[in-house]
Design a protein around this ligand. Structure first.
Ligand code: ATR
Length: 270
């Protein structure tokens, strides 16, 4: 049986085994997909042990996406630009790293939410690892521009400079964002994890499509968006399934159907 896994810490909550089992079933593939809890400092050893035991690919979740980037012998362009790897494929003595998070977000917008980035003004809140992973795939969709707002302004300025070769990105401090509404607001901060809301003016949400990368609960950002007249609000559950679908395609060269799997996972987390 072909062996796959997800490595992280913590990892017990991961829905990836269930998602990949569903995808594999669509094609009658017989695969195993296990959860590997790797102690801090143990990522490289645990990954190598899995590969030596016959593992053909694995996903990487927090906090190891940058470790995985350093571990790979070869990177896709998306992984290179993101500076982080969430999917590894083992192939003929190469350990190939990809990052499917950004494509997952773009495919969720396109396939499930009927939202396009083309010609849109997009506000992204946060300038950490998650933002770095989604910037290029969004810029590849030709938005009019991306406003990148972060609590620590220097980080958004630095990221916007780094990504300006792929499209129009302007960096700001959170407190510099005006009340003028935009088309799309994406919360890519880790504030939701702490049950917090980035301090930002409500005016930007008016009539906007508001999206939180977090999933499973209504986050303070989602509540804020509804209270501030967003046209539509979504969590990131579709992105979770779509990034898994891209990983699946990277490993098996088959494109799974995501619609039913999203429904199943939604029923599981709600
Ligand atoms: P991740 O990999 O999830 O992006 P990260 O790299 O640690 O995690 O980045 C976390 C992001 O969330 C940062 O942009 C952080 O802002 P700072 O750069 O100012 O630290 C942002 N963030 C976390 N908590 C926040 C809060 N309560 N309000 C606003 N921004 C917050």
């Amino acid at each position: 049986m072909k062996k796959y896994a997800v490595i992280g810490n913590p990892v017990h909550h991961s829905l990836s085994p269930m998602i990949h089992a569903q995808f594999a079933e669509q094609f009658g593939l017989s695969i195993s997909y296990e959860k590997i809890l790797s102690p801090l400092g143990g990522f490289a050893k645990d990954s190598m042990d899995f590969i030596v035991s016959g593992g053909l690919g694995f996903n990487i979740t927090l906090p190891y996406k940058v470790n995985a980037y350093e571990f790979c012998s070869k990177l896709t362009l998306n992984a290179e630009v993101a500076g982080a790897v969430n999917t590894i494929k083992v192939e003929r003595n190469e350990i190939i790293g990809d990052n499917t998070d950004g494509i997952g977000l773009v495919n969720d917008f396109k396939n499930n939410l009927q939202q396009s980035f083309e010609g849109k003004e997009v506000l992204i809140i946060g300038a950490g690892g998650a933002t770095q992973g989604i910037l290029k795939p969004i810029l590849d969709c030709n938005p009019e521009k991306i406003l990148l707002a972060n609590r620590t302004k220097e980080k958004s300025l630095k990221l916007s400079q780094k990504f300006s070769k792929y499209g129009k990105v302007c960096g700001f401090g959170l407190n510099q964002i005006k009340a003028k509404s935009v088309d799309i607001v994406i919360n890519a901060t880790s504030a939701s994890l702490d049950g917090k809301m980035p301090e930002i003016t409500g005016g930007v949400a008016q009539g906007a499509f508001c999206y939180d990368l977090m999933y499973g609960v209504e986050t303070p950002f989602m509540k804020w968006a509804k209270e501030n007249s967003a046209s539509k609000v979504s969590d990131g559950l579709g992105m979770l399934v779509e990034q898994a679908a891209s990983s699946f395609t990277f490993w098996h060269s088959k494109t799974p159907d995501t619609k039913e799997v999203i429904k199943l996972i939604r029923a599981k987390v709600d």
